[in-house]
Design a protein around this ligand. Structure first.
Ligand code: AMP
Ligand code: MG
Length: 408
C-alpha cells in the first residue's frame, strides 16, 4: 500500500493545465481567469444619484444645514438614461431618479422621503446631509486601468457581473474540461430496465456525473460497459481521443473480471499505475495518461467511488482547470460522539454530519460505514479523517472534509 499523499502527488505530477481561450462571459462561470482583466472605462461612467429624490446645489444645501429645511422650485425631472447635461439654477432643484446623471453642480441629493410638496411647483426639502450625500461618483466602483479580475480567479456570479459591467464580451480563461464517464460491470443495469437476479442498478455513473457537474466540468455519459476486455479497450481508446479526462468505476480491484486496470496499463504504454492506497474506503485506484487524456479508474463500491473522486480526481481536475488550490481543504470540528476503529495501516474517511452549535463546529459520525452504504452517505455532509488508530473520543477535535454541497 502507498500513502494517499503519494498517490495524489503522482496524479498531480502527470496532469497539466489546459490552454487558455477567450470565452463568452455567459459561459465562464466556474472557469479560472488566465490573465488579469483590466477595465478600459470608469464605472459608474458618470456621477449619478443613489436615490430617488431632489438634486440640490451647495447654496440650497447650506440652507438645509442652517435652517433644517429649504423650499425650492422644481425645474424639471431627470430620469435614468437621460443624457442631457444640466445645471441647477439658484433657488431651484431637479426631481431625479436613481441612476440618473446628476446635474453638474449637484452638491447632494435629498431623498424623496425627506421632501414635501408645497403649493404649485415648490417642494420643501429637509434632513441633515453632508456634501456629496447620495451621489455615486464616476469611477467609484471601477477606475480606468483597474484590474477587475486578477489572473487565477475562479469566476463566480459577482465576477461575471463585474465583467459585464465594464462591457466585456469575452473573458480570458483556461478552457472548460470535458470529461467522459462510464461504468463497468456485467451486473449493472440502468433505471427503467428490469433487474434480473444478481443485477443492480448503476449508481456510480450518476453520482460521478453529478459530482463532476458540481466541479464545473462538461460531462458526457458514456454508458455501461460489461466485463469484457475488448469492449472496455475499445471504449477507453475512443474516449481517450475525445476527452481531457475519463472516469470509470469498477474493475480496478483484485477480482477475476477486473479488466480495467490491465487495459489502462496497455493503452497508456506502460505509464499507468494501479495503486493500493492506505485509505478506507477507496483503496484500489488506477491512473494513467491515455493519448493525452487523464484516466481515473475509480473503485466500484458506490461510497468508494465518490471518496476516490474527492481525494484523487478532484485535485487533478483542479490543476488541469488552472486552479491554484488543488488539495481538499480540511477544517477542525469537535467530535460529539466517540468512534472506534481498529489499526489496519489505513487512514479512514468516515461519513459524518457537521453542524454549528453555540458557535462551534461539531461533527457526528454516522452508524453505517460500509462502502456500499450509499444511502447513509447521502445523509452525511462531510468526511471525517480518522488516522490509523483506535479511533477518537467525544470532545476531541478531528479533521473534516466538507461536501461541496454544504456550501450550496
Ligand atoms: P468491482 O470493483 O467492479 O469489483 O465492484 C465492487 C463493488 O461495487 C461490487 O459490489 C459492484 O457490484 C459494485 N459496483 C460496481 N460498479 C457499480 C456501479 N456503477 N454502481 C453501483 N455499484 C457498482
Ligand atoms: Mg466489477
Amino acid at each position: 500500500m502507498i500513502s494517499l499523499s503519494e498517490a495524489q502527488e503522482f496524479v498531480l505530477s502527470k496532469v497539466e493545465r489546459k490552454r487558455a481561450i477567450a470565452t463568452p462571459i455567459g459561459k465562464a462561470l466556474g472557469l479560472v481567469a488566465s490573465g488579469d482583466v483590466v477595465s478600459n472605462i470608469n464605472i459608474p461612467p458618470f456621477d449619478n444619484t443613489a436615490v430617488d429624490g431632489f438634486a440640490v446645489d451647495s447654496h440650497a444645501l447650506d440652507l438645509i444645514t442652517r435652517d433644517g429645511a429649504v423650499t425650492l422650485t422644481v425645474i424639471g425631472t431627470v430620469a435614468a438614461g437621460d443624457g442631457v447635461s444640466r445645471e441647477i439654477p439658484q433657488g431651484g432643484t431637479f426631481r431625479i431618479m436613481t441612476g440618473a446623471r446628476t446635474p453638474s453642480n449637484t452638491a447632494a441629493v435629498v431623498m424623496v422621503e425627506d421632501s414635501a410638496e408645497v403649493e404649485g411647483d415648490k417642494v420643501r426639502l429637509e434632513g441633515s446631509l453632508a456634501s456629496g450625500s447620495n451621489i455615486r461618483r464616476r469611477g467609484s466602483d471601477i477606475g480606468v486601468g483597474d484590474v477587475v479580475v486578477p489572473e487565477g480567479t475562479i469566476l463566480n456570479a459577482s465576477h461575471i457581473g463585474t465583467l459585464a459591467s465594464i462591457g466585456l464580451v469575452r473573458v480570458p480563461v483556461f478552457r472548460r474540461l470535458r470529461v467522459g464517464v462510464l461504468s463497468t460491470g456485467d451486473e449493472l443495469k440502468d433505471g427503467g430496465e428490469e433487474l434480473m437476479e444478481g443485477q443492480i442498478y448503476d449508481s456510480n455513473r450518476y453520482s460521478l456525473i453529478a459530482a463532476l457537474s458540481q466541479s464545473g466540468v462538461e460531462v458526457v455519459d458514456l454508458g455501461i460497459i460489461g466485463d469484457d476486455a475488448d469492449l472496455i479497450r475499445e471504449a477507453l481508446a475512443k474516449a481517450a481521443n475525445e476527452f481531457d479526462a475519463i472516469a470509470t468505476s469498477g474493475g480496478v480491484s483484485v477480482g477475476d473480471f477486473d479488466f480495467t486496470k490491465a487495459i489502462v496499463q496497455e493503452l497508456s504504454l506502460g505509464n499507468a499505475r494501479w495503486m493500493q492506497i492506505a485509505i478506507r474506503p477507496a483503496k484500489p485506484f488506477a491512473f494513467g495518461v491515455l493519448n493525452g487524456a487523464a484516466f481515473f479508474g475509480l473503485p466500484g463500491n458506490p461510497v468508494s467511488a465518490l471518496v476516490s473522486f474527492e481525494l484523487l480526481m478532484k485535485p487533478a481536475l483542479a490543476k488541469m482547470a488552472g486552479k491554484s488550490r488543488q488539495m481538499p481543504q480540511f477544517i477542525g470540528a469537535v467530535a460529539q460522539y466517540s468512534y472506534k476503529r481498529s489499526i489496519d495501516g489505513k487512514t479512514h474517511y468516515i461519513r459524518g454530519v457537521i453542524s454549528i452549535n453555540d458557535d462551534q463546529m461539531t461533527v457526528t459520525p454516522l452508524p453505517k460505514q460500509s462502502s456500499h452504504n450509499l444511502n447513509e452517505m447521502s445523509q452525511s455532509n462531510c468526511l471525517i479523517e480518522v488516522p490509523d488508530s483506535e479511533g477518537f473520543e467525544a470532545g476531541e477535535t478531528v479533521r473534516v472534509l466538507l461536501n461541496s454541497s454544504v456550501w450550496m
